[in-house]
Design a protein around this ligand. Sequence first.
Ligand code: P1T
Length: 384
Amino acid sequence: MSKDTLRFNSKTIHGGQAPDKAYGAVMPPIYQTSTYAQTTPGGHQGYEYSRSANPTRSALEQSLASIEGGNYGLAFASGLSAIDAVMKLLKPGDEVVSTNDLYGGSYRLFTKIFEDFGIKFHFVNMENPSEIEPYINSNTKLIWVETPTNPMMNIIDIQAVANIAKKHKVLLGVDNTFATPYLQQPLSMGADIVMHSATKYLGGHSDVVMGALIVNEKELANKLYFIQNASGAVAGPMDSFLVLRGIKTLHVRMQRHCENGEAIAHFLAKHPKIEKVYWPGFASHPNHEVAKSQMKGFGGMISFVAKGNNYDEAIRIVENLKVFTLAESLGGVESLAGHPASMTHASIPKAEREKVGVVDALIRLSVGIEDKDDLIEDLSQAIG
Ligand code: P1T
C-alpha cells in the first residue's frame, strides 16, 4: 500500500515520511546543522547548505504536500514570510485582488511593503464571487483569498473563485490557516497555491512561528523554491521537527476544536448579553451553504460582539477570562481570546477595519481542546 494513497487521518502521520536513512529513526532527527561535508565540490548527498535544504525541513515539506494533496511543500520562517514569497512572484505594475477581511499582518505586508514596490492591491468583499471580476484587468496576476476570514469568519467559495482565476489566467492563492487541510483542501478546488501560518493549527501547541506554501505545478514550485532560497526566510530544523510532530495529531485536535467550537458558538448565540456571533456553522450565516459544501466542519474560531456594542464591555470580558488566555495567535490546544481592533488587526486603519465589521466591541476566540464545560463556565463568568 502506497503512502500516497492513504486517507487524511493517516497522511498526517505517514504522509511523505520514511524512517531516517542513517539509523532508521522513526521521527526525523533534528538535523541542527548549517552545512554538509562534500567529498569534492558538488559531491554531497543532496544537502549542501541549510538555507537551500535541510533534511528535517524536507521531511516537514513532504508532510505538508501530502496533507494538502499537493506535489510540493515549502516551509518558511513565518506565515508572513510565506506570503512575502508569493508576492515576490510579482513585478511592479502587477495587481492583486485580495479578500477585504484578512489578517492585519497580511494587509500590512500588502499595503506598507509591496505597494511601495509598485504592486496594486484591491480589497474586495468576495462573499459574492461575482464582485471579483470588475477588479480584474490585464495587470492582474493573483487573487488572494482567506477563508474563513480573520476575524469576521466570512466564507468564500473557493471553487467559484478558482473558475474566475482560470478564466482570466491569474493565480489563485488561498490562506488556509483557519480551516487547515482537515477541513478543506483548496488545491482540490482549483487553487494554485495554499498558504498556512503553521504557527497555528498545524503546529498546534503555540510553541513555534512558521509558514508554509503548497503547490501542484512544478514550474510554480521551482519559482517559489528559488525565492525561498534567494530571500532566505526558511524554517529552522528544530521548528520543522515541532510542526511535523504537531501535524501528526492535527486530525484528532481539529475534531475536538470543531466540537468545542460548536458548543461555544451555540452557548454565545443563546446568551442574553450577546448581540452577534460570527461562526459559519449557523444556518443563518450568510455563506453557511458554501461552508457546508467546501468544509468538513466549522472549526474552532468564533468572533462575537456583546450587547451595547462598546469597547469597554469587550475589554471587561477579555480581562475577566480565566481559562481563556488573552493573547494574539490561535490554533493551539489552549483556548485564547483576542481583541482584534487593538491586537491582531491594529495595523488596519479604523475606518477600513470597521467597514468589514472589525469594530472596537469585537472579541475573537480561538477555542482550544480543553473540556468544553470549563470553557463555557469561563465565558459565562466573564460575560456575567
Ligand atoms: O504570524 P505568522 O506565522 O507570520 O502568520 C501570519 C498569518 C497569516 N494568515 C493568517 C490567517 C493569520 O491568522 C496569521 C497570523 N495571525 C495571528 C497572529 C492572529 O492572531 O490572527
